[in-house]
Ligand binder design. Sequence first.
Ligand code: H2U
Ligand code: ZN
Length: 349
Amino acid sequence: MAKKQSMESALSNQPHRRLNPLTREWVLVSPHRTQRPWQGQQEKRSDEKRPEYDDTCYLCPGNSRAGGQTNPPFTGTFVFTNDFSALLPEASGLSLTDDPLFCASAESGICKVICFSPRHDLSVPYMDLADVESVVRVWIEEYKGFKSMPDISYAQIFENKGAIMGCSNPHPHCQIWASADLPYVVSLEQKNQESYLAEHGRPMLFDYVNRELARKERLVYENDHFAVLVPFWAVWPFETMILPKRHRVSIEQLTDSETTALADAYQSLALLYDHVFDCEFPYTAGIHQAPTTEGNHEAWQMHMHFYPPLLRSATVRKFMVGYEMLATPQRDITAESAAETLREALSRA
Ligand code: H2U
Ligand code: ZN
C-alpha cells in the first residue's frame, strides 16, 4: 500500500518518464513545472460564426472545387477523390534500392475526402447523432472497399480540425489516405501489439482498456461499447483515445449498436473538447486498425487517437520544439490532471 501511494505521488509531483507501449517511445512528464509563466506566441481565435452555406467553399454542395469538378447537390455525406492526392494509383516503377544511405521506394495509393454533411457550419458536436453515425458507416464502407483492392495495404482515416492544425477548409470533413505499404506509425503499433499478444495471450489494448476502466483515473467518458480516456503515456496536453470494450480488430467488425456507440463517443468527446477553452477545439484525430490485407490481425484492437494542440487557452498552444525535437517529448500537466479537466468540461457540455 505504501509503495502504491508513493508511486502515485511520484507520478503527480516528480519528474518521471512514461512509456507508450504502442510505439515504445518515452514521454518526459514534469508535473512540478505547471506554474511556468507564458509570454510566448498567442494564436488567433477563429470562432467567427459560419454560414450554413458558403458560395466560396470548395466543399459545399453544388460548388466548384479547386480541381475544376462540381460537387453534386448532396444531402448527406459526400465522398470524392482528393483533387490534390498525395498518393497516386500508379506506382512510379522506382524499386527499393539496397543502398543504406540513399534508400527510396515507389509508393502508390488513393486519397479521398469525406464531407460530413452539406452544412458548412455544423461540426461533429452539433450534428444529429444519426448523421455522425452516417460518417462512421462511410468509414466502414470505405474500409471494406479498400480491402477488396489488392494494391492497398492500409487505409488511414483522419480528420484535421481547425486552421491551427493545418486544416485548409472549415467545412466539416475528414480524409482517407490508402497506401500500398503500411505507414511507419502503423507498422510500429502493429509490431508492438503483436509482441504483446505473443507474450500475454491477449491483445494489448484490450488489456489496457480493462485496466483503465477499473482504475478510472484517466477515464473521461464511456458508453456501453467504448471508453474515452487520456492514455497514461499521452504527449499532447489533452490527448485522448477512444477504445472499444470488446476485441475488435477493425471498424468492419463493429455491430450496429457498436457503430452507434462509436459515433456517440466521437461526438461526446468533440463536444466536451469545445467546452475546455470555450472555443471550437482543434485537433488531428484518426483511426488505427488492422491492415486491409488478408492475414492474421488478431493482435490489433482498433482505436481512435485525438491529438489537440491547445495547452492553456484557445490561443496558447503547445509547441513540440527544443528538447522534444532533439530528445524526447515532454509534458507538464499529467495525464491524470488532464483527464480531470476533460471530465469537468464534460459536466459543462
Ligand atoms: P484538410 O483536411 O487538411 O483541410 O485538407 C483538405 C483536403 O481537401 C486537401 O487534401 C483537398 C485538399 O487536397 N481538396 C480537394 O481535393 N479539392 C478541393 O477543391 C479543395 C481541397
Ligand atoms: Zn462549405
